[in-house]
Design a binder for this molecule. Structure first.
Ligand code: G3P
Length: 231
């Protein structure tokens, strides 16, 4: 398995898998998912770069056992010190995370905090996927120049309905509207994404990849789904 570099992650479309707090993707299960992707992706130049976002408690474990890019699901911009119960950017990096997801619709933060976390992550040379629920929110967060802006309509999360299936032309419009504000923004489409065809539709319409969760984690046969996505 190749060692992904900063540039390599940004130069190809990505499939980012958010493991959320599902029991099916906790601990050893997270390792199985990451290792399955590694076994499928023997090609040195895969079409889609994988990202996996485990629960914070699993980051160090996963980083020891896999070379896949690991992202934390959230982190605070605080420095080391008196921040009981929080996960901070620096600790996530130390545990082995290469990046962060922030402002997920299940873990929203204020706009000024988004800027602080992106700044803290950049200092640590970590990537950021900043989520947004709407096009306007996506345009607002794009101004902070995260590595990726992920747009996920909350009402489609966890369903079998995605923009890719229902309205591929909307992807073009979303991409255009965000890039009007930030011309080089990398855009991920999320919510309801399930299949390789969904991913290909997003990329064909100008996105830089997808952010997905239940399509993998809640699948009856996780290996088969991963094979379809990354094979
Ligand atoms: O972070 C990804 C997520 O919110 C989308 O979830 O289950 O619709 O793929 P899902």
């Amino acid at each position: 398995m190749q060692e992904y570099t900063y540039i390599m992650l940004l130069e190809r479309p990505v499939i980012a898998i958010n493991l959320k707090t599902y029991s099916e993707s906790l601990g050893e299960n997270a390792i199985e998912i990451a290792k399955a992707i590694e076994q499928i992706q023997t090609d040195q130049t895969p079409k889609y770069n994988p990202i996996i976002a485990p629960q914070a408690v699993d980051i160090r474990l996963l980083a020891k056992q896999t070379k896949i890019n690991i992202f934390a699901q959230h982190a605070e911009a605080f420095d080391y010190g008196r921040n009981t119960g929080y996960n901070i950017v620096k600790s996530m990096k130390d545990a082995g995370a290469k990046g962060l997801i922030i402002n997920h619709s299940e873990h929203k933060i204020e706009l000024n905090k988004i800027e602080d976390v992106i700044t803290a992550a950049k200092k640590e040379k970590m990537y950021v996927i900043c989520c947004a629920d709407t096009i306007n929110q996506a345009r607002a967060v794009a101004c902070f120049e995260p590595d990726f802006v992920a747009i996920e309509p909350p009402e489609l999360i966890g369903t079998d309905t995605s923009i890719a299936k229902e309205d591929p032309d909307l992807i073009k419009k979303i991409v255009k509207k965000i890039r009007f504000i930030q011309y080089n923004a990398r855009i991920l489409i999320g919510a309801g994404i399930k299949t390789r065809n969904d991913v290909d539709i997003c990329v064909k319409n100008g996105a830089n990849g997808v952010l997905l969760a239940s399509g993998v984690v809640k699948a009856k046969n996780i290996s088969a789904v991963l094979f379809e996505l990354f094979g």
